[in-house]
Design a protein around this ligand. Structure first.
Ligand code: SF4
Length: 297
């Protein structure tokens, strides 16, 4: 029986005891728990990565205006804008995360990694990382396996759903998955990978889920961009061996505790935060009226 991904500590111990990379126990888990062959898993990962790349491409080349009008081609606007605040790579990261998430807001095809609300983060990170460092697809797929292991542990000990743990659970988990994947793909040590996850979680703790009009658009799309940036900065910090101080498992416990204490109005109910601002409520009314008009036609 392989590892069950109860916590990061046992993942590390298992890898050290069996002289394995972080990705191998995740592969074993998928084979044992889901009854899939190794080839099926690699094929599935390749397909998922292709969908992620396609979502980035679609978001950067096709119209991404959402039905509510709140989302309006933000990825393309950032990608093409003449004034650069960020380095070219950083700007691409942000534009790609926005673009892929906008495809989701426009009902396009995405990979929910770990959820649809956070579906721009992993594509933005993986596509940018691969381009920056000329990493092979095979290495990227291994990094995606490590991301899956990270998500398994967070799901088990906290949550990956905004309705349960707030946005920290959704975009926070995706950012942690991305940070771990970056460090792994750049040949970081186990401690560096886990440190990147810990630092990311520390930066995302407490973020509430407050989608305007209950649509996964505002602030979701821009949070995909900021979460990608946090993943990148955390990976950079961890690779430089800056210690997160609070061990990763304890960071996840803190995330779970904060999620439990969070009021219901901050858990995807659209009853608090940005959703309850005057503008947020006006938009919700308009969305409701247009939905009723469509139903009556
Ligand atoms: S605000 Fe809520 S719905 Fe939007 S991305 Fe965050 S968790 Fe998901």
């Amino acid at each position: 029986m392989g590892l069950l991904f109860d916590d990061f500590k046992s993942w590390k111990q298992y890898c050290l005891a069996h002289n394995l990379s972080l990705a191998t126990p995740v592969l074993q888990y998928e084979i044992e728990q889901k009854g899939r062959t190794e080839q099926e898993i690699w094929t599935g990962l390749q397909m998922a990565y292709t969908v992620m790349k396609d979502a980035v491409h679609t978001g950067l080349t096709e119209d991404t205006t959402s039905r509510s009008g709140m989302i309006d081609n933000g990825g393309k606007k950032v990608y093409r804008h003449a004034i650069n605040v960020l380095s070219p790579e950083f700007k691409k990261l942000i534009a790609r995360a926005l673009a892929a998430k906008e495809v989701n807001s426009c009902m396009g095809r995405i990979v929910a990694a770990p959820t649809a609300g956070a579906s721009g983060i992993m594509p933005g990170i993986l596509v940018t990382l691969q381009e920056q460092h000329d990493i092979s697809d095979a290495q990227m797929l291994e990094a995606m396996l490590v991301s899956a292991g990270i998500a398994l542990i967070i799901e088990r000990n906290a949550s990956i759903a905004g309705a349960v743990g707030g946005c920290q659970a959704e975009t926070g988990t995706a950012a942690a998955m991305g940070a771990g994947a970056i460090v792994y793909a750049l040949n970081g040590t186990i401690d560096q990978v886990f440190n990147a996850v810990a630092i990311t979680i520390q930066c995302m703790l407490g973020l509430v889920c407050d989608p305007v009009a209950g649509l996964v658009e505002v602030p979701c799309v821009v949070r995909n961009a900021s979460a990608s940036a946090i993943a990148y900065s955390s990976a950079q910090i961890a690779l430089a061996n800056v210690n997160a101080v609070i061990p990763v498992d304890e960071c996840i416990i803190a995330m779970g505790e904060i999620g439990q204490a969070m009021e219901e109005r901050y858990k995807e109910t659209a009853l608090g935060g940005l959703a309850m601002t005057p503008t947020g409520q006006q938009i919700a009314k308009k969305v409701l009226i247009s939905d009723i008009d469509i139903l009556e036609q």
